[in-house]
Design a protein around this ligand. Structure first.
Ligand code: LLP
Length: 421
């Protein structure tokens, strides 16, 4: 990645040396590169140039306001899954008419907020949701532009916990019953079924599952139009994978070519919801070795980041490349070591028997490709304060979320009077 490189023997984020940043903000912390975010967005925008396509960044991947603002300035819309995310998108400068609202469990309150804000589209995933949305919209005297999210029963060939397009998943409406549901939607007050949505999973490393799903969607659009529905839009979700280790990831251009070849003749506006592909490789997690410990059978590096800060390795056995912040000499011998955090669970493991150059206490290391599903999935388990996020741009940097104090963490809690001594 050209935005995180060694210069003068130390790892930099753009033009900012990480040891200095670590000294200033304290470890662990997330660090994002503006140039990487912009390059990723521009690659998408360029690949779809000249087509009627809206790139709605899936906020769930990284919803820091400064990250949203970086992308919205370039024209990105947003895919949101809660009222909170919708409000973040608006606060980050995304116009309401570029926001789509996804998710299997929108509350009536969230529906009302979305309709009040005047967002572009709600993606509906069940009949009860359709009925609730109709009631809410009609009571407000509004019409909700909706997509029905269909489940195409396609195997995304990704980790089971992030595959969403098989019949047994909770997502979408079975594509074989979609025509009945569109008929029902069209008859409901306050509902305008204008789109078909699909999203089959995340971190896809092959175009084939996308192709299979999109072909089924195009077939459905023809059938729905024959039934008299005015389908004007497609929402093709997100899911394009990134390089973590040695995956062969499709280029954005190839993905765009496939999308255009399958959907190009429909005359539909296309919404895309990329998350990871825009932010994943634009962020790293910097952590410091607390101790090096020799166990009975293994060596351990105990770092000051833990599963509560970056849960992907614990949850999905995800691989994040680990780089020493001080550049190792090219002939430094590597040896296998387990990289673990301080949390009291064996699952608090970042890497097992990873071959790394010699590292010792106080050394800094960086976990790469931590920009997506990193900070957003963190918790304060073990009363570990959420770690700061820093955005770099050239030689500039800004702390875009500061580390809360323990006092702030305790301030939301109350001990009831009956527990007084
Ligand atoms: N659209 C919908 C409806 C989604 O459910 C998702 C992700 C996206 C778009 C964005 O997908 P992306 O382009 O980022 O693949 N925490 C997991 C990933 C969960 C993805 C959930 N849905 C991880 O760390 O790998």
């Amino acid at each position: 990645n050209p935005h995180f490189t060694y210069r003068d023997g130390v790892l930099h984020a753009e033009d900012v040396a990480l040891p200095a940043l670590a000294a200033e903000v304290g470890t662990p912390f997330y660090c994002y590169s503006t140039a990487a975010l912009e390059a990723n967005y521009r690659a998408f925008a360029t690949a779809f140039e000249g087509t009627d396509t809206g790139i709605c960044y899936a906020l769930k991947a990284n919803s820091n306001l400064a990250v949203i603002r970086t992308l919205s300035r370039l024209g990105a819309g947003a895919d949101v899954v809660s009222e909170g995310e919708m409000r973040r998108a608006l606060a980050g400068g995304v116009p309401a008419d570029r926001i789509v609202f996804s998710g299997v469990g929108k509350t009536r309150g969230e529906m009302r907020a979305a309709l009040e804000a005047g967002i572009f589209q709600l993606n509906v995933e069940s009949i009860p949701e359709l009925e609730a949305l109709s009631e809410v919209a009609a009571s407000m005297g509004r019409t909700a532009s909706i997509a029905i999210r269909v489940n195409p029963d396609v195997d995304a060939r990704t980790h089971a916990k992030i595959a969403t397009g098989k019949k047994e998943n909770k997502f979408g409406i079975d594509i074989d019953h979609a025509r009945e549901i569109y008929a029902r939607a069209a008859a409901l007050p306050g509902i305008a079924p204008v789109a078909v949505a699909v999203h089959i999973g995340s971190q896809l490393t092959s175009l084939e599952p996308f192709r299979a799903a999109f072909e089924r969607v195009v077939e459905l659009v023809h059938a729905l139009r024959a039934d008299g529905h005015d389908i004007k839009r497609l929402d093709l979700g997100g899911g394009l994978g990134i390089l973590y280790r040695d995956e062969e990831v499709p280029a954005v251009g190839a993905y765009a070519g496939m999308v255009k070849s399958i959907t190009g003749n429909l005359g539909c506006h296309v919404t895309l919801e990329p998350g990871r592909a825009l932010v994943g490789n634009a962020g790293i997690l910097v952590t410091r070795v607390i101790f090096r410990k020799t166990g009975l059978h293994r060596e351990f590096l105990i770092v000051d980041a833990a599963m509560n800060d970056l849960i992907r390795p614990s949850l999905y056995d995800a691989w994040h490349t680990i780089l020493p912040v001080v550049e190792p000499s090219s002939d430094a011998p590597g040896s296998p070591i387990d990289v673990v955090g301080p949390v009291c669970e064996s699952g608090d493991t970042f890497a097992v028997q990873r071959v790394l150059p010699h590292l010792d206490q106080e050394d800094l290391v960086a976990f790469l490709s931590a920009g997506a599903y990193g900070a957003v999935m963190s918790s304060s388990y073990n009363t570990r304060p959420l770690i700061p996020e820093v955005l770099v741009s050239g030689a500039d940097h800004a702390v875009v979320r500061r580390r809360p104090t323990v006092e702030e963490m305790l301030a939301a809690e109350r001990v009831p009077a009956w527990l007084d001594p």
